[in-house]
Design a protein around this ligand. Structure first.
Ligand code: AP5
Length: 210
């Protein structure tokens, strides 16, 4: 079995976009902690109510909550996963190995990109929660404005995709990412891709990795 893939990168660096392509074309199962948390908010569960304001502000949900949610939604023996949005800090990187992967081989891929160009990417993002398609009003607009090309559903502008919250998400990312990269680099498990390139070019880099 190929290694499990761990996608690391700043908000808007393209993790979700590439995960969707790898799932569609290579049979991976995508697990995004951001999607799992948003789904709890949508259901109105206790967990969703607890995390809503944290996510709206762009801060991180506590490690214990996210790990429990991840474990409840992973069945490693049956699937080859792409982990998207987890780990976010050093503690989560260790927990992914000890509590989730438990010896299963994995590679971490860092979506390397200058953070300044990401604000425009994110505020112009629109998503289709049903089909999982991700659009960008500037670079990848839907054919019919406001609706998904694949499912026809109405597109959503994420609540945390406004400029103020995005700036805080970037700060949180900068504060936490270095120890995560060092953790994987020291174990020779880190591969960097140039995420400033077009979506097709980033995908080509990923195909070489898998
Ligand atoms: P989460 O949902 O994980 O958001 P994120 O990490 O901030 O990542 P994004 O979804 O914003 O970006 P992406 O890299 O997937 O970019 P995308 O492909 O969509 O987390 C949200 C919140 O949940 C967090 O703030 C936190 O509160 C909480 N949370 C989640 N996980 C947690 C954890 N582990 N611990 C604690 N809290 C957690 O692309 C972005 C845009 O760019 C799109 O419009 C796309 O079309 C466009 N685009 C993509 N690639 C390219 C390209 N190559 N060229 C040009 N445009 C491109």
């Amino acid at each position: 079995m190929s290694p499990q893939l761990i996608l690391l990168g700043a908000p808007g660096s393209g993790k979700g976009t590439q995960a969707k392509r790898l799932v569609d074309n290579h049979g991976y199962t995508h697990v995004s902690t951001g999607d799992l948390l948003r789904s709890e908010i949508k259901k109105g569960s206790d967990l969703g109510n607890k995390v809503q304001s944290i996510m709206d502000s762009g801060n991180l949900v506590d490690d214990h909550t996210v790990l429990e949610l991840l474990n409840a939604n992973c069945s490693l023996s049956e699937n080859q996963y792409i982990f998207d949005g987890y780990p976010r800090n050093f503690e989560q990187a260790k927990a992914l190995d000890s509590d989730v992967l438990k010896g299963s081989t994995s590679k971490a891929v860092y979506f390397d990109i200058d953070l300044e160009i990401l604000i425009a990417r994110i505020v112009n993002r629109r998503v289709a929660p049903g089909s999982g398609e991700i659009y960008n009003l500037l670079t990848k607009p839907p054919r019919k404005p406001g609706f998904c090309d694949v499912s026809g559903e109405e597109l959503v502008h994420r609540k945390d995709d406004n400029e103020d919250t995005v700036r805080n998400r970037m700060e949180v990312f900068k504060d936490n990412i270095d120890p995560v990269l060092e953790y994987y680099e020291s174990a020779d498990r880190l591969i960097r891709v140039d995420a400033s390139l077009s979506s097709d070019e980033v995908y080509t880099q990923l195909l070489k990795i898998i």
